[in-house]
Design a protein around this ligand. Structure first.
Ligand SMILES: [Zn+2]
Ligand SMILES: [Zn+2]
Length: 376
């Protein structure tokens, strides 16, 4: 497509200058022949012949070095080698404009493409997020619906349970009342039990004290037992000693009994003698009385005295002359004294023997021996 000059009339002059000043190096064809315009006989742009007369004057473009007419080279551009604004043909100018526009378009396109890319990425990410959100939402919805169903079920169950619990509460309240009554009874019983417990505790304490006392008594008894054992040992030894003493005493007893029998025999003999003496005395007394009454019968008395007599033998009475009564009286007196003495002796001997015998027999031999052993 061709671009005509009239199309660029709208372009500002400064734009063309300034824009070309910086970016026109690409317009310069370095490989091109710099004297190519000399051969050209017609305009390289509009192809009008250069007339010999000079109606259409020949110019040349400083960028493509081709011959052009003045109509086709009205624009100027900055030349990088010449460092100034120079003539440029419409073709090169259009080319520069095209490249500039294409560059700008490309840059704007790139920007747009980038924006589109970013937008696409954004969209994709948003789509992803929306998808994930959708998935999450659907999941949440499903869970929510499940939860709602469960809630409904639980509500129903709870309502049922609440009703049951209310009924149960009523039952429990009734039971509580009964329990309270029972507790009151139990408390009363507990008070009684407390009293009984206290009494039992006091009894236990008393029992413990008794136990202590018993223990003390047991210890005392143990001590006594040990003492008793010692005493028993002593007793056994004492018994042995007592047996020995008993044997001795038995011997002594036998001796005493013999002595006693001897004494008794003696006493019996002396008794018989005393009786004989008494008889003789009575006879003598009768005779004395008869003599005193008569006082005349000296001869009879002499005869009676002269007659052999046991008494006269015993008393060694010898007949004497003169005062026969005195002699008789003295003899009688002496006989009476002897008899009295004998009687006293007999009495004393009897008392002594009976007293000692009684005393010995009355005593327990063990007791007697014990006393002796204690003394020993
Ligand atoms: Zn021309
Ligand atoms: Zn040119």
């Amino acid at each position: 497509m061709e671009i005509r000059n009239s199309d660029f009339s709208t372009l500002p002059h400064e734009f063309s200058r300034s824009s070309h000043r910086s970016n026109t190096s690409y317009l310069v064809d370095q490989s091109a022949d710099k004297s190519a315009y000399k051969k050209d006989k017609a305009c390289a742009v509009c192809n009008t012949n250069f007339s010999i007369l000079g109606l259409t004057q020949k110019h040349h473009c400083n960028f493509c070095y081709r011959g052009v007419c003045w109509k086709c080279s009205l624009q100027q551009a900055y030349h990088p080698d010449m460092h100034e604004m120079t003539r440029i043909c419409d073709q090169c100018y259009n080319k520069s404009i095209q490249t500039k526009i294409s560059k700008e378009f490309e840059s704007s396109l790139g920007d747009v493409k980038n924006e589109i890319k970013e937008l696409k990425e954004k969209l994709q990410s948003e789509q992803r997020t929306s998808r994930s959100e959708k998935i999450v939402k659907t999941q949440i919805k499903g869970e929510l619906t499940k939860i709602v169903e469960k809630n409904k079920e639980t509500e129903n169950e709870l309502s049922k349970k609440i009703e049951e619990s209310e009924k149960a509460n009523e039952e429990i309240e009734n039971e509580n009342q009964k329990l309270n009554e029972e507790i009151d009874e139990i408390l009363k019983n507990e008070e009684n039990i407390d009293g009984e417990l206290k009494s039992i505790q006091s009894q236990i304490e008393e029992g413990l004290q008794d136990l202590k006392n018993y223990q003390l008594k047991i210890e005392e008894i143990k001590n006594l037992n040990s003492k008793e054992i010692n005493n028993n040992q002593k007793k056994n030894s004492a018994i042995k000693k007592a047996e020995k003493i008993q044997e001795k005493l038995d011997g002594e007893k036998l001796q005493r009994e013999k002595e006693e029998t001897d004494k008794n025999q003696r006493i019996e003999r002396s008794k018989k003698e005393i009786d004989e003496v008494k008889r003789m005395n009575t006879r003598l007394i009768h005779k004395i009385q008869e003599l005193q009454e008569n006082e005349d019968t000296e001869e009879e008395i002499r005869k009676s005295l002269e007659t052999p007599n046991r008494l006269s033998e015993r008393l060694s009475i010898t007949p004497r002359m003169g005062d026969p009564y005195k002699l008789l009286r003295d003899q009688l007196k002496s006989q009476i004294e002897e008899i009295s003495k004998l009687q006293l002796e007999i009495k004393n001997s009897k008392n002594e023997s009976t007293f000692t015998l009684n005393k010995e027999s009355m005593r327990d031999p063990f007791e007697r021996d014990q006393c002796k052993c204690v003394l020993q």
